[in-house]
Design a protein around this ligand. Structure first.
Ligand code: GLC
Ligand code: CA
Length: 610
């Protein structure tokens, strides 16, 4: 049921969204952990940047085994982040500035400390038994019992548990084999946990679970929240058969089950019901995180304007282009190419525009490394500040020109980069990283080059890179805290911080500010226009055009560290494509070129609008 995207203007299409990872944003009380009063103290900063909506990663009560993505009470704020009164002040502070708030809705699973799970595990006939996924073990031919099937937990083999506490971090390490099922002695059955054993999956087949989720949502919407980012929401409908996953890791007992558990048989039904029962009653926005959604038709079933399900999703085609069968730490290394990136970009842009869907435009999050260290050779941005500024602005331009709702992750507007490569493994606090490291150590016994491959992947892709504190100024610990930060602050903070960048017109911060303004000023073409990829086969340059009636925009990005003589594609007049008068964004000086050839300098980014 195609309808031109232009026909449907919505506030959430035009909004610029900024993600806050609360532990690492700003600490107000010196305990080393970012908190809600810290966020409130930075609202003017965010307003100045031009942000309309904040997506706040979880601040709910949680044992923090996965940094709050393991919730033990949906209606309480974890004391480390503040109180419900602080939360109310945050909402009021945002609304007073004309800004909005998205909460993180984590309802594929709860914490094992949630009262629902405590009851569920207590006996076979407890009221809440069916709220989670319980199964008997599977007996093999030898009469040995094991988990019900071969599914592997997303966080893999051995696991560590972290708990952040005032002034530091305590670590508990426990051996765990990597199955997605955990045996529970109380009743002698196994429960499903797609992530950590401390994150049991809710059983969405059971109607009271869905009602309970709806009522948590209403609680937050009635408080004034303006929508939700929905955590791994593509996993909520599990296939009923619980069949084994196909073997893609031949030497392993437990196999990734993502193809079976994502986009399950009742996903659309559950989302449509949520829309009908809850979301349609409020003027809110929704974005579903869908890590394993790769089929555009299936995605359209969720975000098509006529569906009444979600407004948009996060898909991961560009982000995971160098992941293998076993996620980000798969080896051997699988480097990405610019043509893969261009293919993913063009595919999602044109498909959603032509079919009445909507995209989110996003390069960073708390689950991904820093874009300046990721989308070009990181040694270049590590070693040369000029290149780092250029690349950050180029990547901002890559986002700026796309059709969809734009997202900025905290610190991206300051060109924050990955942790230094010389930091030891102890500086990495993420449970996924620690598990993968231990697994790599075990396997390296068999093959040493594996450890080197692993370290490369770690320096490039670990989630920790996005989780170190935001760099506010050049005082100690970058002004993030007066105490000891829970994660180490990057050493480059005296040169790279908000205090220096906000007043500087040439800074990355000012560039982002301009980007967000331009999207407002030229929304017809930049937000609602058609998309056309140019020079698909060029392995050095990303070039695309946006059009809406008479209005047009051109984005040109040199992804190489050398000059590129860029011939204007045949059939297009020079003036139509590039004209100094229409240049709205650029990260070098005056345009260089003659006739049909434009001379692009290293990592040059240009946007023309007329
Ligand atoms: C999502 C979150 C991630 C978390 C996982 C399990 O992918 O973004 O941080 O670890 O879900 O909840
Ligand atoms: Ca604090």
């Amino acid at each position: 049921m195609p309808e031109p995207a232009i026909a449907r203007h919505r506030w959430w299409k035009e909004a610029s969204i900024y993600q806050i990872y609360p532990s690492s944003f700003c600490d107000s009380n010196g305990d080393g952990i970012g908190d809600i009063p810290g966020i409130i103290s930075k609202l003017d900063y965010l307003h100045e940047l031009g942000v309309d909506v904040i997506w706040l990663s979880p601040v709910y009560k949680s044992p923090q085994k996965d940094m709050g993505y393991d919730i033990s009470d949906y209606q309480a704020i974890d004391p480390r982040y503040g109180s419900m009164a602080d939360m109310d002040r945050l909402i009021a502070g945002l609304h007073a500035r004309g800004m909005k708030l998205l909460m993180d809705l984590v309802v594929n699973h709860t914490s094992d400390q949630h009262a629902w799970f405590q009851e569920s595990r207590s006996s076979l006939d407890n009221d809440k038994r069916k709220w989670y996924v319980w199964r008997d073990g599977f007996m093999n031919e030898k009469g040995e019992e094991g988990p019900p099937n071969n599914w592997r937990s997303v966080f893999g083999g051995m696991w560590a548990e972290f708990k952040i506490q005032a002034g530091g971090l305590t670590v508990k390490t426990q051996k765990h084999e990597g199955s997605a099922w955990q045996y529970d002695e109380v009743t002698g059955q196994y429960y499903l946990h797609c992530f950590l054993p401390g994150q049991p999956d809710l059983n969405w087949e059971h109607p009271p679970v869905r009602e309970a989720v709806h009522s948590q949502m209403k609680f937050w919407l009635d408080k004034g929240t303006d929508g939700f980012r929905m955590d791994v929401i593509d996993l909520i409908s599990k296939p009923r058969s619980f069949a084994d996953a196909p073997v893609v890791l031949p030497n392993e007992r437990w196999q990734p089950a993502d193809k079976l558990i994502s986009n399950g048989p009742r996903l659309n039904e559950f989302l449509e019901e949520m829309g009908r029962e809850v979301l349609s009653k409020y003027d809110v926005m929704t974005v579903g995180e869908m890590p394993w959604m790769t089929d555009k038709r299936e995605a359209l079933n969720v975000v098509g304007w006529w569906r009444g399900e979600l407004d948009m999703i996060f898909q991961f085609d560009m982000i995971t282009m160098d992941f293998g069968n076993n996620g980000r730490y798969s080896w051997p290394e699988k480097p990405w190419t610019l043509s893969t990136l261009k293919g993913a970009l063009e595919g999602w842009q044109t498909f959603m525009i032509q079919n009445g869907g909507w995209n989110s435009v996003c390069l960073e999050s708390h689950d991904q490394p820093r874009s300046v260290s990721r989308f070009v050779d990181r040694s270049l941005t590590d070693n040369d500040p000029v290149t780092r500024v250029r690349v950050a602005k180029m990547l901002a331009t890559l986002e700026a020109g796309q059709c969809g709702t734009i997202y900025v992750y905290q610190g991206q507007e300051l060109a924050m980069k990955n942790m230094p490569t010389h930091w030891p493994i102890e500086e990495y606090k993420d449970v996924e990283t620690q598990n993968a490291y231990k697994e790599a150590l075990e396997q390296a016994g068999r093959d040493e080059s594996k450890m080197q491959d692993f370290m490369k992947a770690l320096h490039l892709k670990a989630r920790d890179h996005a989780r170190i504190p935001v760099q506010w100024d050049s005082s100690s610990h970058a002004g993030f805290t007066t105490g000891m930060p829970w994660m180490r602050v990057n050493e480059d903070y005296p040169q790279w911080n908000a205090a220096l960048q906000v007043p500087d017109e040439d800074s990355v911060f000012s560039f982002w500010k301009k980007v967000l303004q331009l999207r407002k000023q030229y929304k017809n073409v930049l937000i609602y226009g058609d998309f056309e990829m140019l020079v698909r086969e060029d392995a050095r340059v990303v070039a695309y055009r946006r059009t809406n009636g008479q209005e047009r925009a051109l984005v040109l990005l040199n992804f190489t560290n050398g000059p590129v003589e860029w011939e204007i594609p045949r059939g297009r007049r020079v003036e139509e494509l590039v004209d100094e008068r229409y240049r709205k964004l650029g990260n070098h000086g005056k345009l260089l070129g003659e006739g049909d050839v434009l001379s692009l300098r290293p990592f040059e980014a240009l946007m023309f609008i007329k």
